[in-house]
Design a protein around this ligand. Sequence first.
Ligand code: ZN
Ligand code: ZN
Length: 361
Amino acid sequence: MAGRIEALRARLAAEGLEGFLVTRPENVRYLTGFTGSVGALLVTSTTCRLMVDFRYLEQARAECSGVEIVYVPKRFWSGVAGHLCDSGLKVVGCEGNFLTWQQVQALQGEAEGVELRPVAGMVEGLRLVKGEEEIACLARAVRLAEEGFRAALHLFRPGTSEVEAALGLELAIRRAGAERVPFEIIVASGPRAAWPHARPSDRLLEPGDLVIVDFGAVYRGYCADLTRTLVVGRPRPEDEELYALVRRAQQAGLEALRPGVEAREVDRVVREIIAAAGHGDDFGHSTGHGLGLAVHEEPRLAETDETVLAAGMVVTVEPGVYVPGRGGVRIEDPVVVTAGGCRVLSGLPGERLISIGEGQV
Ligand code: ZN
Ligand code: ZN
């Protein structure tokens, strides 16, 4: 953790800041090990102070070493503002994309003489490339998600509702040892599989349905994110074809993923294949996103992301095709960029639609 604080200090100097106020929980955790939901970490060239309220005082003392813990008894953001004033700093960076309007009002209103300057990506930039221990945690999270998926697969049979299946899957993932699931599991069946981020509904699975199952697991704060598309019973030839297209696009994306390549290039390669098959308009989301302490983080495998990929970055590759009224297919695997290309962290089969129910598993 000390190395991470030092890396942030190097950035402070480069940005002309005397201090930086970290409030995004994942960022605070990354720098200090503190796992509470609210805390404000002030890093300067010589000090590192974590301000917490009563709920987290003992926890912060137990979880953090090399960090000064400051107790803020009442009105947390006013207390943080007071601390900024007392510190004698003139220009302090903050996370403009995370603080709420109210928090900014409290900080600015009460931290007289301190200029708060929003600077994006200060800690996120440090989190881009994962260390070995982080990659091991991510790989473990992926394994827990997969173990749960395998254990719950039998639930995806005709007559089970999406909600029931999602609940069973979540239980199985947590039984496998995950501390939690990182997002509400998506189970989208039949025509609802054309909604990329559908919430599970009361709809009952029917023979012939395509079912998109998007799930994950959290291990020591690190988030796995995977998607498989199932078919209830026997697949229709046109659904097999759609699946084969998405799979081909995903494989091309994996082949394009290597150090030195811009993130948007991977997206372009994947998108081109889907567009060439006439489904360009049916693939409206980006190809993937970074994984780490947050389930969606930098870099984005998206048309606009010029990040140059480097060994140690962990991203998902998740093309999808969604045909309104008919259904959809998405395949998502987490991968780590390696010196020679990339390594897929997941081990679930993805070559073809996973057929379930009606005697086929
Ligand atoms: Zn996902
Ligand atoms: Zn994802």
